[in-house]
Design a protein around this ligand. Structure first.
Ligand SMILES: Cc1ncc(COP(=O)(O)O)c(C=O)c1O
Length: 400
C-alpha cells in the first residue's frame, strides 16, 4: 500500500479553546459530602459515590440511540426483569419518564387522566400532560386524606362513555410513594380489578419515583408492586442516589414507541453507558440502605412530636411533613436558624424533612436539639402563632 492511499491521521493542530489541565482532586467534593449529610431538603441532593465513578470508567461506550450500548441495554433488561415487565427504557428524569408514558398511552383525543390531586404529574411537571399530550387532568383529593381508593375516589370520578361534552378517562395514574406515604397494595389491586371489569380501554400507570422505598418498607418485591400496572416509572436518582436516571417499564411494543417519543422529545442519550453504570451501582448498593433511612426519619418525626411539633404526614418512608407552629415558630424560622448552626443544617423553608442514605445521625440529633432550643426561646408565643397554611396535606411545598 502506498502512503498516498492511507487515511490521514487526526492530530491536534487547531487552536485550543480551553486549557487541557484539570484541577486535580477537588477538596470541595469532600466538603460536599459532609454538607449533604446535614441536608434534609430532598433525597435528590445525594452525592454520587466513588463506586459509581469506578463503574462509569468500566462502562461500555456505544451509542444507545443506535441501540449499541451494552451497559445500558443490559441494565434495561435487568430492570425490566426486576419489575416483571417485558422491556425498559432508561431516561434522564422522572418527569421525562412520566411524560413519555402519558404521551405513549394516549392515542386519540379528547381524553383525560385521573390522578391524585397531590400527584407529581399534576403539580410539578409544568403542565406537561397538557403540553405534550393535550390531556385534561381529572384530579381527585382522596376521601380518606391518605390515598385514592377505587370505591370512593377512582370509580366515581371516571369519565366514561362517548358524551360529546366530556373528555373520557383513558389513563389512571397513581403515585407510590406519594409525599412519602404508601398506597396500600390491596387498594391498587382493587383499582386494577375495577378497571378490568369495565368495558373501556383505560390504562393504569404508576409514578413509582420512590417505589424502591415502598418495596423496602413493605417487604413486597418490585415485581409484585408493579404487577397491576401497565407501565411504571421508577427513579434511580431519588432515594437510590444515582446522579441521573429513571427507568420506564412496560410491554415491548409500548417501550419501543416510548423510545421513539424520547427521540422526538430530543432526549435520546448517545454514550449513555456511564450513566447506566452509575445508576446500576445505586440499585445494588443503596436499595439495601433505604429501610434504615425510614427508621431515621421516624426517629426524627417521633422526637419532634415529643417536643410538641405536630406531624401532619408521618414518616411511612423517608420523608415526613410537620407543623411546629404550636411551639410558637414556623418551619421557615426553623430553617433559618438551622442554616446558622455550625456546621449548618439545611432544611427546606416548607414543612418537609427528607432523610437519605447519606444523612448522618448527628444531623438528626442537631435538628432535635435545635427544635428543643427554639421551643424554649419561643415559649411565650407557644399556641399563639397562626397555624401554618402549608402544613396541610393538599398545599405547601413538595418539590423533587
Ligand atoms: C413522585 C415524583 N415523580 C416524578 C418526579 C420527577 O423526577 P425528576 O426530578 O427526575 O424529573 C419527582 C421528583 O421529585 C417525584 O417526586
Amino acid at each position: 500500500m502506498t502512503a498516498a492511499l492511507s487515511a490521514p491521521r487526526i492530530t491536534a493542530s487547531g487552536p485550543a479553546l480551553l486549557s487541557a489541565q484539570t484541577a486535580g482532586p477537588r477538596a470541595d467534593n469532600v466538603a460536599k459530602l459532609a454538607a449533604i449529610a446535614r441536608d434534609l431538603r430532598s433525597d435528590t441532593l445525594t452525592v454520587p459515590t466513588d463506586a459509581m465513578f469506578a463503574a462509569m470508567a468500566e462502562a461500555s461506550r456505544g451509542d444507545d440511540v443506535y441501540l449499541e450500548d451494552e451497559t445500558t441495554t443490559s441494565f434495561e433488561a435487568e430492570l425490566a426483569a426486576l419489575a416483571g415487565k417485558e422491556a425498559a427504557l432508561f431516561v434522564v428524569s422522572g418527569t421525562l419518564s412520566n411524560q413519555l408514558a402519558i404521551r405513549t398511552h394516549l392515542l386519540q383525543p379528547p381524553y383525560s387522566i385521573l390522578c391524585d390531586a397531590r400527584s407529581h404529574i399534576h403539580r410539578y411537571e409544568a403542565g406537561g400532560a397538557a403540553f405534550h399530550s393535550g390531556a385534561a387532568l381529572e384530579t381527585v383529593a382522596p376521601q380518606n386524606g391518605h390515598h385514592l381508593t377505587w370505591a370512593h375516589d377512582v370509580q366515581p370520578n371516571l369519565v366514561l362513555g362517548d358524551d360529546v361534552h366530556s373528555a373520557p378517562t383513558r389513563l389512571v395514574s397513581l403515585e407510590n410513594s406519594l409525599n412519602g406515604t404508601i398506597l396500600p397494595q390491596d387498594e391498587v389491586l382493587r383499582i386494577r380489578e375495577g378497571l378490568d371489569a369495565l368495558d373501556e380501554d383505560i390504562k393504569l400507570h404508576l409514578d413509582g419515583a420512590r417505589l424502591w422505598n415502598v418495596a423496602a418498607e413493605t417487604g413486597l418485591s418490585i415485581k409484585e408492586l408493579c404487577a397491576p400496572f401497565d407501565t411504571v416509572s421508577m427513579c434511580l436518582s431519588k432515594g437510590l442516589g444515582a446522579p441521573v436516571g429513571t427507568v420506564l417499564v412496560g410491554p415491548s411494543a409500548f417501550i419501543r414507541k416510548a423510545r421513539h417519543f424520547r427521540k422526538l422529545f430530543g432526549a435520546g442519550i448517545r454514550q449513555s453507558g456511564g450513566l447506566a453504570a452509575a445508576a446500576r451501582v445505586a440499585v445494588v448498593q443503596h436499595f439495601p440502605k433505604l429501610r434504615a433511612t425510614h427508621e431515621l426519619a421516624r426517629f426524627a418525626a417521633k422526637g419532634m412530636q415529643e417536643l410538641g411539633v405536630e406531624i401532619t404526614s408521618g414518616a411511612e418512608t423517608s420523608m415526613f411533613f410537620y407543623d411546629p407552629t404550636p411551639l410558637g415558630f414556623d418551619a421557615a424560622t426553623l430553617a433559618v436558624r438551622a442554616a446558622k448552626l455550625e456546621p449548618a443544617l439545611h432544611l427546606a423553608s416548607g414543612p418537609r424533612i427528607v432523610v437519605h442514605h447519606q444523612t448522618s445521625a448527628e444531623a438528626i440529633d442537631d435538628l432535635l436539639a435545635l427544635v428543643a432550643q427554639l421551643k424554649d426561646e419561643f415559649a411565650d408565643r407557644a399556641g399563639t402563632h397562626a397555624k401554618a397554611v402549608n402544613g396541610s396535606l393538599y398545599s405547601g411545598m413538595k418539590k423533587a
